[in-house]
Design a protein around this ligand. Sequence first.
Ligand SMILES: Nc1ncnc2c1ncn2[C@@H]1O[C@H](COP(=O)(O)OP(=O)(O)OP(=O)(O)O)[C@@H](O)[C@H]1O
Ligand code: SF4
Ligand SMILES: [Mg+2]
Length: 324
Amino acid sequence: MTDLLKLEDFRVSFSTPRGDLHAVRSVDLTILKGESVGIVGESGSGKTVLSRATMGLMPSTATQTGSAFFNGTDLSTLSRDDLRSHWGTGMAMIFQDPLTSLNPVRRIGSQLTEGLTVRLGMGREQARSRAVELLDRVRIPDPLVTMKKYPGELSGGMRQRIVIAIAIACTPELLFADEPTTALDVTVQAQVLELLTELRAERNMTMVLVTHDLGVVAGHTDRVVVMYAGQIVETAPTKDLFRNMKMPYTEALLKSIPRLDQPSGQRLQVISGRLPDPTKTEPGCAFAPRCTYATDKCRAEAPPLTTAPNGHQYRCFFPITGAN
Ligand SMILES: Nc1ncnc2c1ncn2[C@@H]1O[C@H](COP(=O)(O)OP(=O)(O)OP(=O)(O)O)[C@@H](O)[C@H]1O
Ligand code: SF4
Ligand SMILES: [Mg+2]
Protein backbone atom coordinates (compact mmCIF):
# COMPACT_ATOMS: atom_id res chain seq x y z
CA MET A 1 0.00 0.00 0.00
CA THR A 2 1.21 3.54 -0.72
CA ASP A 3 1.26 6.55 1.60
CA LEU A 4 -1.77 8.81 1.50
CA LEU A 5 -0.98 11.12 4.40
CA LYS A 6 2.42 11.66 5.93
CA LEU A 7 2.95 13.97 8.90
CA GLU A 8 6.52 14.86 9.82
CA ASP A 9 7.48 16.63 13.03
CA PHE A 10 3.95 18.05 12.98
CA ARG A 11 3.28 20.53 15.80
CA VAL A 12 0.39 22.80 16.68
CA SER A 13 0.33 25.37 19.46
CA PHE A 14 -2.07 28.13 20.44
CA SER A 15 -1.18 31.52 21.73
CA THR A 16 -3.13 31.95 25.00
CA PRO A 17 -3.04 34.49 27.86
CA ARG A 18 -1.27 31.79 29.94
CA GLY A 19 1.44 31.33 27.30
CA ASP A 20 1.80 28.97 24.36
CA LEU A 21 -0.42 25.93 24.67
CA HIS A 22 1.18 22.90 23.00
CA ALA A 23 -1.74 20.86 21.67
CA VAL A 24 0.28 18.64 19.30
CA ARG A 25 3.95 18.06 20.07
CA SER A 26 6.04 16.60 17.25
CA VAL A 27 3.89 13.94 15.64
CA ASP A 28 5.24 11.67 12.89
CA LEU A 29 2.49 9.61 11.32
CA THR A 30 1.99 7.85 8.00
CA ILE A 31 -1.43 6.70 6.88
CA LEU A 32 -1.57 4.27 3.97
CA LYS A 33 -4.16 4.30 1.19
CA GLY A 34 -7.17 2.21 2.15
CA GLU A 35 -6.20 1.94 5.83
CA SER A 36 -8.55 2.52 8.73
CA VAL A 37 -6.65 4.10 11.60
CA GLY A 38 -8.04 4.75 15.07
CA ILE A 39 -6.69 7.69 17.06
CA VAL A 40 -7.43 7.23 20.76
CA GLY A 41 -6.65 9.17 23.88
CA GLU A 42 -8.30 10.96 26.76
CA SER A 43 -10.09 14.26 26.38
CA GLY A 44 -7.53 17.01 25.70
CA SER A 45 -4.83 14.73 24.27
CA GLY A 46 -4.81 16.55 20.91
CA LYS A 47 -6.87 14.23 18.66
CA THR A 48 -9.18 16.90 17.24
CA VAL A 49 -6.44 19.49 16.84
CA LEU A 50 -4.28 16.97 14.97
CA SER A 51 -7.13 16.12 12.58
CA ARG A 52 -8.34 19.67 12.02
CA ALA A 53 -4.82 21.06 11.58
CA THR A 54 -4.09 18.39 8.95
CA MET A 55 -7.12 19.63 7.02
CA GLY A 56 -6.03 23.26 7.45
CA LEU A 57 -8.94 24.14 9.72
CA MET A 58 -7.10 25.96 12.48
CA PRO A 59 -8.00 29.42 13.87
CA SER A 60 -5.56 32.31 13.50
CA THR A 61 -4.37 31.84 17.11
CA ALA A 62 -2.75 28.56 16.08
CA THR A 63 0.84 28.08 14.94
CA GLN A 64 1.51 25.00 12.88
CA THR A 65 4.98 23.69 12.00
CA GLY A 66 6.42 20.58 10.37
CA SER A 67 4.98 19.08 7.22
CA ALA A 68 1.86 17.28 6.10
CA PHE A 69 2.06 15.51 2.75
CA PHE A 70 -1.19 14.44 1.14
CA ASN A 71 -0.72 12.24 -1.93
CA GLY A 72 2.84 13.57 -2.05
CA THR A 73 1.85 17.28 -1.97
CA ASP A 74 3.18 19.31 0.97
CA LEU A 75 0.00 20.95 2.26
CA SER A 76 1.97 23.62 4.13
CA THR A 77 3.10 25.09 0.81
CA LEU A 78 -0.46 25.49 -0.50
CA SER A 79 -2.43 28.72 -0.38
CA ARG A 80 -5.65 28.68 1.63
CA ASP A 81 -7.69 28.42 -1.59
CA ASP A 82 -5.62 25.51 -2.92
CA LEU A 83 -5.99 23.76 0.40
CA ARG A 84 -9.76 24.28 0.30
CA SER A 85 -9.87 22.67 -3.11
CA HIS A 86 -8.89 19.40 -1.36
CA TRP A 87 -11.88 19.56 0.99
CA GLY A 88 -14.66 17.22 0.10
CA THR A 89 -12.85 15.43 -2.71
CA GLY A 90 -9.43 14.84 -1.13
CA MET A 91 -10.15 15.01 2.58
CA ALA A 92 -13.43 15.34 4.43
CA MET A 93 -14.31 15.44 8.10
CA ILE A 94 -17.20 14.38 10.26
CA PHE A 95 -16.99 16.86 13.09
CA GLN A 96 -17.18 15.98 16.74
CA ASP A 97 -20.45 17.81 17.33
CA PRO A 98 -23.20 16.70 14.92
CA LEU A 99 -25.51 19.49 16.06
CA THR A 100 -23.22 22.29 14.99
CA SER A 101 -22.07 20.67 11.76
CA LEU A 102 -25.53 21.04 10.19
CA ASN A 103 -27.03 24.46 9.58
CA PRO A 104 -30.33 24.52 11.56
CA VAL A 105 -32.06 26.97 9.21
CA ARG A 106 -31.32 25.24 5.91
CA ARG A 107 -33.17 22.22 4.55
CA ILE A 108 -31.27 18.91 4.41
CA GLY A 109 -31.55 18.81 0.60
CA SER A 110 -29.82 22.14 0.10
CA GLN A 111 -27.01 21.25 2.54
CA LEU A 112 -26.46 17.95 0.78
CA THR A 113 -26.47 19.27 -2.80
CA GLU A 114 -24.15 22.20 -2.05
CA GLY A 115 -20.91 20.18 -2.19
CA LEU A 116 -22.10 18.38 -5.32
CA THR A 117 -22.79 21.58 -7.24
CA VAL A 118 -19.88 23.65 -5.87
CA ARG A 119 -17.11 21.02 -5.79
CA LEU A 120 -18.19 18.56 -8.46
CA GLY A 121 -19.89 21.11 -10.74
CA MET A 122 -23.12 19.11 -11.00
CA GLY A 123 -26.33 20.70 -12.26
CA ARG A 124 -29.29 21.10 -9.88
CA GLU A 125 -31.22 18.03 -11.03
CA GLN A 126 -28.19 15.75 -11.12
CA ALA A 127 -27.17 16.91 -7.63
CA ARG A 128 -30.70 16.29 -6.34
CA SER A 129 -30.85 12.77 -7.63
CA ARG A 130 -27.33 12.03 -6.28
CA ALA A 131 -28.44 13.46 -2.90
CA VAL A 132 -31.43 11.10 -2.85
CA GLU A 133 -29.13 8.15 -3.64
CA LEU A 134 -26.80 9.20 -0.84
CA LEU A 135 -29.62 9.47 1.69
CA ASP A 136 -30.84 6.06 0.62
CA ARG A 137 -27.31 4.67 0.99
CA VAL A 138 -26.99 5.91 4.57
CA ARG A 139 -30.40 4.27 5.21
CA ILE A 140 -32.52 7.35 5.67
CA PRO A 141 -36.14 6.29 5.16
CA ASP A 142 -38.11 8.41 2.65
CA PRO A 143 -35.17 10.39 1.22
CA LEU A 144 -37.45 12.68 -0.83
CA VAL A 145 -39.39 13.71 2.28
CA THR A 146 -36.20 14.08 4.35
CA MET A 147 -34.66 16.39 1.73
CA LYS A 148 -37.33 18.98 2.60
CA LYS A 149 -36.81 18.78 6.36
CA TYR A 150 -34.72 20.91 8.69
CA PRO A 151 -32.10 19.27 10.95
CA GLY A 152 -34.17 19.97 14.09
CA GLU A 153 -36.97 17.73 12.78
CA LEU A 154 -34.73 14.64 12.84
CA SER A 155 -33.33 12.41 15.60
CA GLY A 156 -29.63 12.52 16.57
CA GLY A 157 -28.95 9.24 14.76
CA MET A 158 -30.62 10.47 11.54
CA ARG A 159 -28.72 13.77 11.71
CA GLN A 160 -25.45 11.92 12.05
CA ARG A 161 -26.30 9.77 9.00
CA ILE A 162 -26.89 12.99 7.06
CA VAL A 163 -23.56 14.40 8.25
CA ILE A 164 -21.96 11.18 6.96
CA ALA A 165 -23.79 11.50 3.62
CA ILE A 166 -22.51 15.09 3.25
CA ALA A 167 -18.96 14.02 4.13
CA ILE A 168 -18.86 11.20 1.57
CA ALA A 169 -20.85 13.07 -1.13
CA CYS A 170 -17.77 14.09 -3.11
CA THR A 171 -16.08 10.67 -2.57
CA PRO A 172 -13.14 11.86 -0.46
CA GLU A 173 -10.01 9.72 -0.39
CA LEU A 174 -9.50 10.35 3.32
CA LEU A 175 -12.29 10.71 5.86
CA PHE A 176 -11.63 11.96 9.39
CA ALA A 177 -14.46 10.85 11.66
CA ASP A 178 -14.05 12.74 14.94
CA GLU A 179 -16.01 10.97 17.69
CA PRO A 180 -18.78 10.23 15.18
CA THR A 181 -20.95 8.40 17.69
CA THR A 182 -20.30 10.03 21.05
CA ALA A 183 -23.56 11.98 21.12
CA LEU A 184 -25.66 8.93 20.20
CA ASP A 185 -27.21 6.19 22.29
CA VAL A 186 -25.51 2.81 22.34
CA THR A 187 -27.63 0.94 19.75
CA VAL A 188 -27.46 3.84 17.29
CA GLN A 189 -23.69 4.12 17.89
CA ALA A 190 -23.19 0.54 16.73
CA GLN A 191 -25.31 1.12 13.59
CA VAL A 192 -23.45 4.30 12.64
CA LEU A 193 -20.04 2.63 13.12
CA GLU A 194 -21.18 -0.31 11.02
CA LEU A 195 -22.35 2.08 8.31
CA LEU A 196 -18.98 3.89 8.27
CA THR A 197 -17.13 0.58 8.03
CA GLU A 198 -19.33 -0.55 5.10
CA LEU A 199 -18.91 2.77 3.25
CA ARG A 200 -15.18 2.67 3.72
CA ALA A 201 -14.95 -0.81 2.24
CA GLU A 202 -17.24 -0.16 -0.74
CA ARG A 203 -15.54 3.14 -1.64
CA ASN A 204 -12.00 2.04 -0.78
CA MET A 205 -11.84 5.12 1.42
CA THR A 206 -9.09 5.71 3.94
CA MET A 207 -10.49 6.52 7.37
CA VAL A 208 -9.16 8.09 10.54
CA LEU A 209 -11.54 7.29 13.37
CA VAL A 210 -10.96 9.58 16.35
CA THR A 211 -12.33 8.42 19.69
CA HIS A 212 -11.57 8.27 23.40
CA ASP A 213 -12.91 4.71 23.47
CA LEU A 214 -10.58 1.78 22.71
CA GLY A 215 -13.69 -0.40 22.46
CA VAL A 216 -14.79 1.54 19.36
CA VAL A 217 -11.47 1.07 17.55
CA ALA A 218 -11.35 -2.66 18.31
CA GLY A 219 -13.80 -3.74 15.63
CA HIS A 220 -13.45 -0.92 13.13
CA THR A 221 -9.77 -0.20 12.50
CA ASP A 222 -6.65 -1.86 11.08
CA ARG A 223 -4.24 0.14 13.21
CA VAL A 224 -4.39 2.15 16.40
CA VAL A 225 -2.53 5.32 17.30
CA VAL A 226 -2.62 6.21 20.99
CA MET A 227 -2.11 9.88 21.85
CA TYR A 228 -1.20 11.33 25.22
CA ALA A 229 -0.51 15.01 25.92
CA GLY A 230 -0.11 15.89 22.25
CA GLN A 231 2.23 13.02 21.38
CA ILE A 232 1.88 9.60 19.86
CA VAL A 233 2.78 7.19 22.67
CA GLU A 234 1.92 3.86 21.03
CA THR A 235 1.00 2.63 17.59
CA ALA A 236 0.42 -0.91 16.34
CA PRO A 237 -1.88 -3.00 14.19
CA THR A 238 -5.16 -3.22 16.13
CA LYS A 239 -4.91 -6.96 16.86
CA ASP A 240 -1.32 -6.62 18.00
CA LEU A 241 -2.18 -3.71 20.27
CA PHE A 242 -4.92 -5.63 22.08
CA ARG A 243 -2.85 -8.81 22.29
CA ASN A 244 0.41 -7.25 23.32
CA MET A 245 0.10 -3.64 24.44
CA LYS A 246 3.29 -2.03 25.63
CA MET A 247 2.27 1.27 27.18
CA PRO A 248 1.03 1.58 30.76
CA TYR A 249 -1.20 4.41 29.49
CA THR A 250 -2.89 2.21 26.87
CA GLU A 251 -3.42 -0.45 29.53
CA ALA A 252 -5.05 2.13 31.80
CA LEU A 253 -7.29 3.30 28.91
CA LEU A 254 -8.34 -0.30 28.27
CA LYS A 255 -9.32 -0.74 31.90
CA SER A 256 -11.59 2.28 31.60
CA ILE A 257 -13.78 0.73 28.83
CA PRO A 258 -17.25 -0.25 30.04
CA ARG A 259 -17.85 -3.97 29.46
CA LEU A 260 -21.19 -5.62 28.83
CA ASP A 261 -20.30 -8.50 31.16
CA GLN A 262 -19.43 -6.10 33.98
CA PRO A 263 -21.68 -6.58 37.03
CA SER A 264 -24.05 -3.63 37.17
CA GLY A 265 -23.15 -1.13 39.83
CA GLN A 266 -19.44 -1.91 39.57
CA ARG A 267 -17.58 1.31 38.93
CA LEU A 268 -15.20 1.65 36.05
CA GLN A 269 -11.59 2.26 36.83
CA VAL A 270 -10.73 5.74 35.66
CA ILE A 271 -7.16 6.85 35.23
CA SER A 272 -6.37 8.84 38.35
CA GLY A 273 -4.74 12.25 37.98
CA ARG A 274 -4.95 14.55 34.99
CA LEU A 275 -3.16 15.33 31.76
CA PRO A 276 -0.12 17.59 32.28
CA ASP A 277 -0.56 21.34 31.79
CA PRO A 278 -0.25 21.86 28.01
CA THR A 279 1.32 25.29 28.51
CA LYS A 280 4.30 23.73 30.32
CA THR A 281 7.04 21.36 29.22
CA GLU A 282 8.21 19.28 32.18
CA PRO A 283 11.19 16.93 32.07
CA GLY A 284 10.62 13.19 31.96
CA CYS A 285 7.79 11.02 30.68
CA ALA A 286 4.55 12.99 30.39
CA PHE A 287 2.61 10.07 31.94
CA ALA A 288 4.98 9.62 34.93
CA PRO A 289 2.84 11.45 37.54
CA ARG A 290 -0.03 9.00 36.84
CA CYS A 291 1.90 5.84 35.98
CA THR A 292 1.97 2.95 38.45
CA TYR A 293 5.28 1.73 36.98
CA ALA A 294 7.13 5.08 37.08
CA THR A 295 10.69 5.21 38.39
CA ASP A 296 13.17 8.07 38.95
CA LYS A 297 14.46 7.54 35.40
CA CYS A 298 10.94 8.18 34.04
CA ARG A 299 10.67 11.41 36.01
CA ALA A 300 14.07 12.66 34.78
CA GLU A 301 14.19 11.66 31.10
CA ALA A 302 11.63 11.63 28.30
CA PRO A 303 11.39 8.15 26.75
CA PRO A 304 12.03 8.10 22.98
CA LEU A 305 9.66 6.38 20.56
CA THR A 306 10.97 2.81 20.26
CA THR A 307 10.14 0.65 17.25
CA ALA A 308 9.94 -3.13 17.76
CA PRO A 309 10.95 -5.42 14.84
CA ASN A 310 7.25 -5.97 13.96
CA GLY A 311 6.74 -2.20 13.65
CA HIS A 312 4.94 -1.79 17.00
CA GLN A 313 6.00 1.60 18.39
CA TYR A 314 5.86 2.77 21.99
CA ARG A 315 7.25 5.55 24.14
CA CYS A 316 8.18 3.90 27.43
CA PHE A 317 11.32 2.84 29.31
CA PHE A 318 9.55 -0.11 30.94
CA PRO A 319 7.07 -1.48 28.42
CA ILE A 320 4.61 -4.11 29.55
CA THR A 321 5.84 -7.53 28.49
CA GLY A 322 3.97 -10.72 27.62
CA ALA A 323 0.48 -11.31 26.27
CA ASN A 324 -2.37 -9.33 27.80
N1 LIG B 1 -8.79 26.96 19.66
C1 LIG B 1 -8.07 26.60 20.71
N2 LIG B 1 -7.41 27.51 21.46
C2 LIG B 1 -6.66 27.14 22.54
N3 LIG B 1 -6.51 25.87 22.94
C3 LIG B 1 -7.13 24.93 22.24
C4 LIG B 1 -7.96 25.21 21.10
N4 LIG B 1 -8.46 24.06 20.60
C5 LIG B 1 -7.97 23.07 21.41
N5 LIG B 1 -7.18 23.59 22.38
C6 LIG B 1 -6.46 22.83 23.41
O1 LIG B 1 -5.65 21.88 22.75
C7 LIG B 1 -5.56 20.68 23.51
C8 LIG B 1 -5.99 19.50 22.66
O2 LIG B 1 -7.38 19.63 22.39
P1 LIG B 1 -8.21 18.63 21.46
O3 LIG B 1 -9.52 19.26 21.23
O4 LIG B 1 -7.40 18.28 20.27
O5 LIG B 1 -8.37 17.35 22.39
P2 LIG B 1 -9.12 16.00 22.07
O6 LIG B 1 -8.12 14.90 22.23
O7 LIG B 1 -9.82 16.10 20.76
O8 LIG B 1 -10.17 15.92 23.27
P3 LIG B 1 -11.71 15.45 23.28
O9 LIG B 1 -11.66 13.94 23.44
O10 LIG B 1 -12.28 16.12 24.47
O11 LIG B 1 -12.36 15.86 22.00
C9 LIG B 1 -6.43 20.90 24.75
O12 LIG B 1 -5.59 21.30 25.81
C10 LIG B 1 -7.37 22.01 24.31
O13 LIG B 1 -7.79 22.76 25.43
S1 SF4 C 1 8.33 5.69 30.76
FE1 SF4 C 1 7.96 5.22 32.91
S2 SF4 C 1 6.37 6.68 33.55
FE2 SF4 C 1 6.39 6.65 31.31
S3 SF4 C 1 4.83 5.17 30.81
FE3 SF4 C 1 6.79 4.07 30.85
S4 SF4 C 1 6.94 3.25 32.94
FE4 SF4 C 1 5.32 4.81 32.97
MG1 LIG D 1 -11.78 16.06 20.21
